[in-house]
Design a protein around this ligand. Structure first.
Ligand code: HEC
Length: 99
């Protein structure tokens, strides 16, 4: 009898931890919110749709823009503000948003 209760407790805990894990926001969302102003909320309906783009293409574009003249294009300036790790988090976030 005890065993049944322990099993039920474990099952409930497992379900709870999965539900709470799913409710955690993606770690790149707050960083990506910097982009929403121009690229639309969640990267939809702004300049250059970022939603659903591959993370590697967003990453490569950001790295390329970091090397270009910051006073010539708003993105070149913007890209410089982020570390490689932050760019990966942002790129991963947008790649997982459905279009
Ligand atoms: C102030 C407005 C603004 C903000 C904020 C902004 N962008 Fe942009 N972004 C643009 C514009 C405008 C373009 C188009 C630039 C062009 O074609 O010359 C662009 C283009 C891009 C491109 C495509 C580049 C290409 O050549 O295809 C990527 C990728 C991108 N932005 C990522 C981001 C990310 C990631 C963020 C947030 C960290 C961000 N942008 C924030 C305005 C903005």
């Amino acid at each position: 009898m005890h065993r049944i209760f322990i099993c039920a407790g474990f099952a409930a805990l497992t379900v709870w931890s999965q539900v709470s894990a799913a409710a955690q926001p993606h770690p790149g969302r707050l960083l990506a919110s910097n982009c929403f102003q121009c690229h639309g909320t969640d990267g939809r309906k702004g300049f250059e749709e970022l939603a659903g783009k591959s993370s590697s293409s967003i990453y490569e574009e950001m790295k390329e823009m970091q090397t270009k003249a910051a006073d010539k294009n708003i993105m070149n300036a913007h890209a410089r503000g982020f570390s490689d790790n932050e760019i990966w988090l942002i790129a991963d976030y947008f790649s997982k948003v459905s279009r």
